[in-house]
Design a protein around this ligand. Sequence first.
Ligand code: NAG
Length: 231
Amino acid sequence: MRVTGVIRIAAMLFSLGTMWFFAQTYFNTSWKIVSLRSWRDSSPGLANEQNAAKAQLPRNKCNNKRSCPENSFAFRVTSGAANVVGPSLCFENTILMSVVKNNIGRGLNIALVNGTNGQLMKTASFDMYSGEIKNLLSFLKEISSGTIVIVSSYDDPATKLNEEARTLFTELGSSYASKLGFRDNWIFIGAKGLRDKSPYEQHLKNDAAQNKYDGWPEVLEMEGCIPKKMD
Ligand SMILES: *[C@@H]1O[C@H](CO)[C@@H](O)[C@H](O)[C@H]1NC(C)=O
């Protein structure tokens, strides 16, 4: 077997592993097992991609590299780029928040989605540099069980973040909320009722020696599939 084949299989097993992990911790409910075969068959390989291009087949949801198995939602989340380009949140092929939709802002951009049917419930943007932390706190406290929470940072996610807000994010499954700092980049998908850490999170520290932009780190992007909540 070619080395690239081995790597692809390792990547698929890893994807399945994280999905399984998330499912196990997700709302304490059972999760239908996706077989490796159906996963592989539904993920377009190079040949499939070339055929798809020829036949003009529909692209994957959110323009993702792989299609998502049944009983999961496709997502793609991008953080802001410095204080210049705003973040974007795609879920099941719908842009929930973006510059074009004109519903993003400096700080933390958050979309709430029903974990069972994928319906958008709410979007909101919280200025974490000069806004009121109480707005974010009341928003986070009102999230009901079974809700998927999608978060993307823009410019500065942390100046106003206090212990209470950090703890609320940690309870949604975040590993980095407790350490977020001034102008760090952060994208995160958690859920209310999650029993463990979410595998869907990326964080880049604002570090003058490493920053891609003058004063800000590189843009973060994450795509994948989230298991639906099974009742
Ligand atoms: C999500 O939608 C289902 C119906 O499809 C409903 O029963 C459930 O209460 C909703 N969950 C939340 C968190 O609103």
